[in-house]
Design a protein around this ligand. Structure first.
Ligand SMILES: [Fe+2]
Length: 242
């Protein structure tokens, strides 16, 4: 199966904890293409003050990456369609950007990727998710909720988020235990419950690609071809214009 859409990875060089060089980033993208991804959206962290990424800060990284992509494409390497957005830590800074259209939303501007602090959930989280959808027409996509300890131990809190309109994005490598047993257990429980709307690689380096391929096969084993299609094709397609 192919035609997958990845709405979460870190190939832009030097802007966060992802790839360090453009050549590395191009190898991540080529690797993702080789395992079935048709479209990849880079989502550099916005986590201030450590990584205050904006369209201006990522522009040079994108230019360098696209040059490296062209170079290895010329050598015959497969390459996906490529876009950029961001992974916003859901703090006060990102909130102000999200409600003032300064956030880096997904292509089409109808949805945005956020990550939650791992230990403590933001105040009034579900109210903010609801307000973003209602007043600003932005669907909140929550990155790797299974890696958020405060959520992983509270299915009730998760239900509140889903009721507010949040869409849950499975980090594929959670299924295979790359982030520990708690994330692995929560991911499998919520997958079985049908809570995930989409899945993504969250690849940070070329060596992540074979682990993502392994995780896709784990997903197929748990949910079948239809589950893979739902989370890697249909779910992402419903959220972005690509
Ligand atoms: Fe990420």
């Amino acid at each position: 199966m192919s035609g997958y859409i990845d709405l979460h990875c870190h190939p832009l060089p030097g802007v966060d904890d992802g790839c360090r060089t453009a050549e590395e980033g191009a190898r991540v993208l080529s690797g993702l293409a080789s395992i079935g991804f048709r479209v990849v959206v880079a989502t550099p962290h916005v986590r201030c003050p450590t990584w205050d990424n904006t369209p201006e800060t990522i522009a040079p990284a994108r230019a360098a990456l696209e040059a490296a992509m062209a170079s290895i494409r010329g050598e015959g390497a497969p390459m996906p369609e490529f876009h950029t957005a961001a992974e916003h830590l859901f703090d006060d800074v990102s909130w102000e950007r999200l409600i003032s259209t300064a956030a880096m939303t997904f292509p089409g501007g109808r949805s945005a990727l956020v990550e939650l602090p791992y230990d403590n959930l933001p105040m009034k989280l579900e109210l903010k998710v609801w307000r973003l959808a209602k007043s600003h027409k932005i669907t909140t996509v929550i990155a790797h909720p299974e890696r958020c300890a405060a959520l992983a131990r509270s299915d009730e809190k998760l239900a509140d988020l889903l009721a507010a309109g949040a869409k849950l994005q499975l980090d594929l490598m959670s299924l295979t235990g790359a982030y520990g047993s708690s994330a692995r257990e929560a991911s499998r429980r919520w997958l079985a419950a049908g809570h995930y709307h989409l899945a993504a690689s969250d690849a940070h380096k070329p060596s992540d690609v074979p682990k993502v391929a392994e995780a896709i096969e784990a997903l197929r084993g748990l949910s079948g071809d239809s589950g893979v299609k739902k989370l890697l094709c249909d779910g992402p397609t419903s959220l972005v214009a690509v």
